[in-house]
Design a protein around this ligand. Sequence first.
Ligand SMILES: [Fe+2]
Ligand SMILES: [Fe+2]
Length: 275
Amino acid sequence: MSEALKITSLRGGAIDAIRAADLDLKTELAKESARRWFARRLSLRSPLDAPLPDRPGRPEKPELVPPTQVKKRSLHTIKGRIALLHAIAHIELNAVDLALDIVARYATEMVPHSFFDGWMQVAFEEAKHFRMVRERLRDLGADYGDMPAHDGLWQAAHATRNDLTARLAVVPLILEARGLDVTPSLQAKMRETGDLESAAVLDVIYNDEKGHVAIGAKWFRFLCARERRDPARTFHQLVRANFRGPLKPPFNDIARAEAGLTPSFYRSLTSTSSG
Ligand SMILES: [Fe+2]
Ligand SMILES: [Fe+2]
C-alpha cells in the first residue's frame, strides 16, 4: 500500500502527512516520505505540493482541553498506566507533525540536505513511537482518543513558526530534552508494577529521543555558527522570548550531555528571575 502513495516531493509528502486526519495514513505518509527521501527518490520541493496548514489534521477524538484539565493518575492501577500511555501517544503524535513541520516550513532555508535527513529520521521514528504506544494501549483494552488531551505542545511550537533557530530551541532542546529527564523514572515505575511491555516501549523511545535532541543541538549550533552567535546565550534569549515559564529540574545531565546539550544551556533558565 505504501508504494501506491502519491508523494509529490519531500515537502509535499510532509505536508500531506501533516494534513492527514487519519492517523494510519499520517504515520504511513511520514514513514514512506522518509524512505523515499533516503532512497533519493524525492526532490525537496515541487510546484504540486499542497499548502502547509496552520494546524495538523487530527481525528475527532481525543477532545482537546486546557492542560490543567488533564488528570494525572497513579501508575499502580491499570487506569493510571493507560492514562500515561495515552498522554505519551499524544506527545508522539504531536512530535510526528512537528518534525514534518520543520521539514515543510523550512524547505526553502539555505541549509544542507543533511538537515532534512535529520528531521526525516526524527519524523520516521516519531511515527514508529506513536504506533508502538497505540498498540500497547490496544493491548490494555484502550485506544488513542479515549481520553482528553491538551494542545500545549503544538501551541508552544506554533509560536516559533517564523524563526527556525527559535523553533529548534523550543522543540528539540526544551520539549524533547524534557523527555530525557522524565522517561527513566517512568520506565522504572512501569517495571515496578510488572508492566514490562510498556517499559520496553519506553526504552525504544528513550534511546531514539537522545538522537532527536542531538539532531536539534547539531542544527541549532550550525545556525548559531552561521550567524556568528554564541549558542548558549542565543538559546537563553530565544527561550525567554518564546517559551513561557522556567525549565523544570531535575535534569538528566548525562543524557543531555550525550546529545550535546551542556548545562550552560539550561541551568540558568530554571528560574525566570535569573539573568
Ligand atoms: Fe518520540
Ligand atoms: Fe522525538
